[in-house]
Design a protein around this ligand. Structure first.
Ligand SMILES: [Zn+2]
Length: 260
């Protein structure tokens, strides 16, 4: 089931009930049928009197729920709403603010905010486990309106490093954008230490080819990822409120990943 290519209508049509969501989670967790996480036994007794089924291993009596180990564990929010939130945040341009999400999945602002935080944390963890591979291109960029071309950074300008995996057909297959916090608060320069840190955290150590262009006076032609950064900056500015952006900025420090 390739949900990533679904339209919103297809999503609603398929996940129209809690039972459909439970079935999907069961098949995702145990694609070949139940398997006890403690003893690998393949048979369980199912308790269905609860809101969600509970599976008890018939060998060691270990009990496990479908939500164990997921970002939904412990939540009383309906599965349909959780899955819709994950779908919206990961696959569409809507539902990315807590206010908007609360209206779309019909929960309180507080619940929507918590759901978004959990989804973003999960994306961050996935990002950490998914380094850039292949040939790598790294460019510098600035988030925020450029105020002047001097070496001094305006407080609203934020330094970015963008890394891209380039395949053999010279096409970007994955891009990561990271917020750089310089040691010198007003400088516009990205130091060797900054780029080294980026490479250590976000590039596979087996990568052999890295092209690095970080000078702000180099031409746009030498920084082809600049246009992408500009599009992301515009999307952020038009999508989030100021308070959202402050939250997002903290998340962005460690996590922004785009698969193409
Ligand atoms: Zn067991």
């Amino acid at each position: 089931m390739n949900i990533s290519s679904w339209s919103l209508e297809q999503f609603h049509s398929h996940f129209s009930s809690e039972d459909a969501c439970i079935l999907y989670l069961y098949q995702s967790k145990w694609p070949t049928g139940f398997c006890c996480p403690r003893c690998d036994h393949r048979h369980a007794y199912i308790t269905t009197t609860r809101r969600l089924p509970l599976y008890e291993c018939s060998n060691c009596r270990h009990q496990v729920s479908l939500l164990a180990g997921t970002i939904m564990e412990g939540s009383r929010t309906q599965l349909c709403k959780w899955l819709l939130a994950i779908f919206l945040v990961s696959r569409t341009h809507i539902g990315t603010t807590a206010t908007e999400l609360s209206q779309l999945i019909k929960v309180t602002y507080k619940t929507a905010w918590l759901i978004l935080q959990k989804i973003r944390t999960s994306i961050q963890q996935a990002d950490n486990h998914c380094p850039l591979t292949g040939s790598i291109l790294i460019n510098s960029a600035i988030y925020g309106r450029p105020f002047n071309p001097t070496v001094h950074r305006h407080p609203q300008e934020q330094l970015l490093l963008i890394g891209s995996s380039i395949d053999q057909a010279a096409i970007s297959t994955m891009i990561k954008i990271k917020h750089v916090i310089p040691n010198q608060p007003h400088t516009k320069h990205i130091t060797k230490s900054d780029t080294y840190s980026f490479q250590q955290k976000h590039i596979d150590p087996m990568v052999e080819t890295i092209e690095l262009v970080t000078g702000f006076y180099t031409s746009k032609k030498q920084r082809p990822l600049l246009e992408f950064a500009k599009q992301v900056s515009t999307w952020l500015s038009t999508t989030f409120t100021v308070s959202d952006l402050n939250i997002f900025k903290r998340i962005w420090t460690n996590s922004a990943i785009v698969s193409i």
